[in-house]
Design a protein around this ligand. Structure first.
Ligand SMILES: [Zn+2]
Length: 604
């Protein structure tokens, strides 16, 4: 099956109302459905779903599209991943051509691994909720003030302090010890080759991907079972499902709040996330026993531009903030650092001081640069400590040099100005001198590779189009029968807007392939959400105009474009005449041709 066939089969087998209706309550309105848009703070239903066209849109957010772009937007994934998700849902195999699939039940089969994790998490959760053996764990959570509601929401579980608890239960299922080992739930003894449970005597926090599938566990040992050999916290190892450098705890639950608030709060522990969620902070996640890295940032940037790092007041927390600053600066993320009083983690803090106190800590988060400068200049006297002052200044300038090019946005230039100003005061050096040193640091660094994919494209709207090209595309979408005539009479290079031109060229391409270029086929031809949005908008604006006399409108449009075409070629001809490169005969021929065209223009 070709890629296009798969897309077409998916389009036919997926109903957009059903797909969206699974997550958002839809109500009938006229011929379509409406629901609360999950991407802005929506009070009246702004998300519109059109069952005839199989499209959706929110004009407040200025986005829309088909099932593919809905899933992309909703899950924050790329087209390929959306295709896989939808294919999985529709039961259409994508990988037939790629050799034998791993057998169901084998540790090589990813699906089996997902199922095994989901099954195990439910076992642990059931145990925590119901088993008499788990009373010690329930008591621990109660002492930590974690409510029953959170236990349910975050699917917290408990593994009794036994070596075979999970493995024994797995015997009644299809999950082999090898499968449990492959997802990090079981270990194999090197001594006697026997399998045993990895998590024993621990409260367990399932780590889920953004599709809410459990992929790993974090485990906190109960104080009762602590001895000097056991680590307080352990996580699942890296498996085929889980890589700690690209997962954030709680993102599956927090992501809607993160998109709405356009900001994310990052903490360092599971209980921090749960504790502050209980006090109404919904946009909070945690790193998983590792520092924030570039992959986390890529993940976060799908949802928010501002990151607030909420740190314990201890020195270790401050050091970690310092280490990652460099990374954020080069990734152009607005990073703020909020520091709690020493000795308190976010969970303790919110329990002792309440939600509004935590809110002011978050609101008062300092720009990472301020934080860095304070750290670097702490205790340095710029006059007496010239050597240390010089080192500190060089390190700050080096980071600045990596951050933005001189051509960056105005807001970034302003920021740079402010920073130089501050450095000038701190180090008592003329600003102009600092600027020179910054330039020197910049030119000594390799130029950054431009990453066009990371630059977000602004979505084109119908108003970006020239009025005739908007009218033309609207008509072609509403009246597919005019398409052949349009393609005959109007050439794609007559369209000026780049996206409009691509849409027009796709009309041409589909027609050449003998496919009737209906709206649905056209929508399917583009993978980029931006183009899909524009198509849905043009489809809508075209329908709303409800042009009764579309034949006359179309005829006018064709004439207008043909006149434009003639005028363009006249202009080119005149330019050629004025150049001296033609001999007399050629000039005469061209002149005749131009006169003929001029007459044609008058006749129309
Ligand atoms: Zn919206």
């Amino acid at each position: 099956m070709s890629f296009d066939d798969i897309k077409e089969r998916l389009r036919q087998s997926i109903d957009i109302c059903e797909l969206i209706g699974e997550q958002i309550e839809l109500h009938r309105q006229g011929r379509g459905f409406v629901g609360i848009c999950p991407w802005h703070d929506d009070s009246r239903p702004s998300l519109q779903v059109n069952p005839e066209r199989q499209t959706w849109k929110c004009w407040v957010c200025n986005i829309g599209g088909d099932a593919f772009s809905y899933v992309m937007q909703r899950e924050g994934i790329d087209f390929r991943e959306a295709l896989e998700m939808l294919a999985d849902r529709a039961g259409i195999p994508l990988h037939e051509a790629r050799g034998p699939r791993p057998q169901a039940g084998s540790p090589d089969d990813k699906k089996t691994l997902y199922h095994a994790m989901a099954w195990a998490c439910e076992q642990f959760h059931d145990c925590l909720s119901k088993s008499p053996d788990a009373s010690v764990a329930r008591q621990y959570l109660e002492e930590r003030q974690i409510h029953a509601e959170s236990i349910d929401r975050f699917r917290i579980g408990y593994s009794p302090p036994e070596w075979q608890w999970l493995l024994q239960r797995a015997q009644q299922t299809a999950f082999s010890p090898e499968v449990l080992e492959a997802v990090g739930l079981a270990l194999r003894s090197q001594r006697n080759q026997k399998y045993y449970d990895r998590f024993r005597g621990r409260v367990l926090f399932p780590i889920r991907d953004t599709q809410q599938r459990p992929i790993a566990l974090g485990g906190r040992i109960l104080p009762k079972f602590t001895d000097e050999k056991t680590a307080k916290y352990i996580n699942s190892p890296e498996t085929r499902l889980f890589s700690k450098s690209e997962q954030l705890y709680g993102l599956d639950i927090a992501r809607d709040a993160i998109s709405k608030q356009q900001s994310i709060v990052v903490t360092e522990g599971y209980t921090d996330v749960i504790g502050v969620h209980q006090h109404g902070f919904r946009n909070v996640v945690a790193v998983l026993g590792t520092a924030l890295g570039p992959r986390h940032i890529r993940l976060i940037k799908r949802y928010a531009d501002r990151i607030v790092l909420l740190l314990d007041g201890d020195d270790a927390g401050q050091r970690r903030a310092n280490e990652i600053l460099d990374l954020f600066v080069t990734h152009h993320v607005d990073l703020r650092i909020a520091t709690l009083p020493a000795g308190l983690d976010p969970c303790d803090f919110v329990q002792q001081h309440g939600a509004s106190a935590l809110q002011s800590v978050i609101d008062g988060a300092r720009d990472a640069w301020d934080h860095k400068i304070t750290l670097e200049t702490d205790g340095i006297d710029p006059i007496r400590d010239t050597h240390r002052a010089h080192q500190a200044l060089e390190s700050l300038l080096a980071i600045m040099a990596r951050s933005q090019r001189a051509t960056a946005e105005a807001s970034q230039r302003l920021r740079e100005q402010q920073l130089l100003n501050r450095l000038s005061r701190e180090f008592q050096i003329e600003e102009s001198q600092l600027r020179e040193r910054l330039q020197a640091a910049r030119s000594s660094q390799r130029p950054q590779l431009s990453n066009t994919q990371e630059q977000t494209q602004r979505t084109a709207t119908p108003s970006d189009l020239e009025p005739p090209e908007q009218a033309l595309l609207e008509l072609m979408l509403q009246q597919p029968e005019i398409v052949p005539t349009a393609l005959e009479r109007i050439r794609s290079n007559q369209l000026t807007n780049a996206v409009a031109k691509r849409i027009y060229q796709t009309f041409e391409l589909l027609s050449e392939q003998g496919v009737i270029p209906t709206f649905e086929r056209l929508l399917l031809s583009f993978d980029e959400p931006e183009v899909k949005t524009l198509l849905v908008q043009l489809d809508d604006s075209g329908r709303n105009k409800n042009e009764e006399n579309h034949e006359a409108v179309f005829a006018d449009l064709c004439r207008a474009y043909e006149r434009k075409q003639l005028r363009d070629s006249l202009r080119q001809g005149q330019a050629a005449l004025e150049s001296t490169e033609l001999n007399e005969d050629e000039q005469l021929d061209l002149l005749k041709e131009l006169l003929r065209k001029q007459q044609e223009l008058i006749d129309r």
